[in-house]
Design a protein around this ligand. Structure first.
Ligand SMILES: *Cc1c(COP(=O)(O)O)cnc(C)c1O
Length: 343
């Protein structure tokens, strides 16, 4: 699906991310452990005892911000295609050019777009990561993650690649180290049952994404016209800051949107009024899910961090499912009608 030279699967999307970074980055701390260890545990400790990794967070909607943050020691740039929950679209192509010119590993998390809308290879990604728990599975009944190597990165020039893994076809060296140092040593293995469910779900990816994207666009337009809604964030709307970019890079605009209510409208009243939409975390499910982003998944980070991420306290995130469009719009209509009546 990613036109890659190979893919390694993991138990979750997070396992894919952490395992990949642990395998490819050098980081360090002081650890004391027995000299007599299971081989993979020993290997893990030797990974762990490398020097530390510093992370700079930038606004990736402009490649210039990424460029400014680059240092001679920069080994990796990591971006998501469409950011959750505010739907900013990264300057995927611009960052790809930068990374490729400088031999930096470029990792694109393609979860929100899925391979139906976009392929990381098109913008020069070295590795493409997915949470398979989301749109690719689609049914919300399995967890999984994946890392695909597009074949564009020259692993022979990567300083952190261990001699033991510089073997066989050069295109596979990166994945070989991710498989050994990441998947094998950390143990985030995809279970066979979940792999089966994900594979079955993937068969209908195109059908589902077509409906999901159509539902998202219809709801975004409906919300934009609703007087009790102050802002709608969806790359498919002309008002979105990266609408043109999304239109040129993606087949369609994805299944995630978020919106803010006008002052005096409590987002909890909106959510409580919804009957068809399920109030739940998760995304990329066949069922439409909504949640108050600031009070749930972005609560722990605190208000200051939320502000820096442009997450309004009233923000409602919606992950569209495959319901009939009219049923969804009816649900939002009756929820807002109740609020209007109460005002
Ligand atoms: C959910 C998600 C992840 C993590 O995936 P899990 O399978 O839940 O561990 C990573 N990246 C993005 C963009 C996600 O939406």
């Amino acid at each position: 699906m990613e036109e890659a030279v190979g893919t390694v699967s993991f138990a979750t999307g997070m396992a894919a991310i952490i395992s990949t970074m642990t395998a490819l980055l050098q980081r360090g701390d002081h650890v004391v452990a027995s000299r007599f260890l299971f081989g993979n545990t020993a290997s893990w400790f030797n990974t762990l005892s490398n020097p530390g990794v510093e992370v700079t967070l930038v606004d990736a909607t402009e490649a210039a911000n990424v460029e400014q943050a680059l240092r001679p020691q920069t080994r990796m740039v990591f971006v998501e295609t469409i950011a959750n929950p505010r739907t900013q679209v990264a300057d995927l192509a611009g960052i790809g050019k930068l990374c490729n010119a400088r031999g930096i590993v470029y990792i694109v998390d393609n979860t929100l777009t899925t391979p139906h809308l976009f392929r990381g290879k098109a913008v020069g990604a070295s590795l493409v990561i997915h949470s398979l728990s989301k749109g690719i599975c689609g049914h919300g009944n399995a967890l999984g993650g994946s890392v695909s190597d597009t074949g564009l990165f020259d692993w022979s020039a990567y300083p952190n690649l261990l001699p033991a893994y510089r073997k066989g076809a050069q295109a596979n060296w990166g994945l070989l180290q991710i498989r050994k140092k990441g998947l094998r040593d950390l143990g985030g293995t995809l279970s066979a049952e979940h792999g089966h469910r994900i594979a079955t779900g993937a068969e209908t990816l195109t059908l589902r994404m077509e409906r999901v994207c159509a539902n998202a666009l219809a709801l975004a337009r409906w919300l934009e016209a609703c007087p009790l809604v102050s802002k709608v964030h969806y790359p498919g709307l002309a008002s979105h800051a990266q609408h043109e970019r999304a239109a040129s890079l993606f087949r369609s605009f994805g299944g995630l949107l978020s919106f803010e209510t006008v002052d005096g409208v409590d987002p909890f009243d909106v959510l409580n009024g919804l009957q068809l939409v399920i109030k739940s975390s998760h995304l990329g499910d066949n069922r439409t899910l909504a949640l108050p982003a600031a009070r749930t998944i972005f609560w722990e980070m605190g208000e200051e961090m939320r502000r820096s991420m442009d997450i309004a306290e009233s923000l409602i995130r919606v992950s569209l499912g495959i319901e009939a469009t009219a049923d969804l719009l009816d649900d939002f209509e009756q929820a807002f009608q109740k609020l209007e009546a109460a005002q």
